[in-house]
Design a protein around this ligand. Structure first.
Ligand code: KIV
Length: 267
């Protein structure tokens, strides 16, 4: 039986009911299916794919076409989940019209919402997108697309003034129409105060336990990506180690003639 697809209103209901929201990134169809099989129903096609899939140092060079490609394949495999697409750098910083059109392209390939980084400077874009029927998840705190302006991937909202600014940012994106907000790399206390101050769900990544939900990059969570492992990552598996082990075994089996055996051969 086909269960209905998760919507932005389901997430808002979970906040009201005090039920935590678990979200992960997904970049391809195979993992989208695995994520759903595990019972998760919110997927972000994150521009983190620039780092974990493309091997870049940051997310800045990820393009609209690349994000559309990954969104299309995730959305076609995800049958029940809310699929959210990350808007890449420079896809929403131009005119409001261009930002809305770029956001709309993600809905055309199967996403149900978009995510964009920033607060005051993107409020007009959030409002315009929502008015045109495009749900928006905001992303404040440490915003990776501003890595150079921030001087690195640094924890935000450490001082009281930063906490107050973060609360104002959270309230502002809610007032602009965002249905949820990601809080990245901020102190646990700051995230707790934002979560209490807004009625939309807060989804934390490196933001402590008080948020309404948590998101992790799939490759971090599964231990596939270990070029750098931030403090906030918990590796629930060690798939890189398991993969290297399996591949070594395959290489040995081929070299020694153990693979293929008659079981893997046609009569
Ligand atoms: O790009 C991404 O994966 C993200 C999450 C880490 C929030 O923005």
């Amino acid at each position: 039986m086909m269960t209905s697809r998760t919507t932005i209103f389901d997430l808002q209901k979970r906040k009201r009911q005090g039920k935590k929201i678990a979200m992960v990134t997904a970049y391809d169809a195979t993992f989208a299916r695995i994520v759903e099989e595990a019972g998760l129903d919110v997927m972000l096609v994150g521009d983190s794919l620039g780092v974990v899939v493309q091997g870049k140092e940051d997310t800045l060079s990820v393009t609209m076409e690349e994000m559309l490609y990954h969104t299309r394949i995730v959305a076609s495999a995800a049958k029940k989940s809310l699929v959210i697409a990350d808007m890449p750098f420079l896809s929403y910083q131009g005119t409001i019209e261009d930002a809305v059109c770029n956001a709309g392209r993600f809905l055309q390939v199967g996403a149900a919402a978009v995510k964009l980084e920033g607060s005051i400077v993107v409020l007009d874009r959030i409002t315009a997108m929502v008015e045109f029927g495009i749900p928006v998840m905001a992303h404040i705190g440490m915003t990776p697309q501003s890595v150079h302006q921030l001087g690195g991937y640094r924890v935000q909202a450490k001082a009281q003034s930063g906490v107050e600014r973060l609360i104002e940012d959270g309230k502002a994106v809610e007032a602009a129409g965002a249905f949820a907000v990601v809080l990245e790399a901020v102190t646990a206390e700051a995230a707790k105060e934002v979560t209490a101050a807004v009625s939309i769900p807060t989804i934390g990544i490196g933001a402590g336990s008080a948020c309404d939900g948590q998101v992790l990059v799939l490759y971090d969570l599964l231990g596939l990506f270990d070029v750098f492992v931030p403090k906030f990552v918990k590796q629930y598996a060690h798939l890189k180690t398991a993969s290297v082990k399996a591949l070594r075994q395959f290489r040995r089996d081929v070299e020694t003639g153990k693979f293929p055996s008659s079981r893997e051969s046609y009569d």
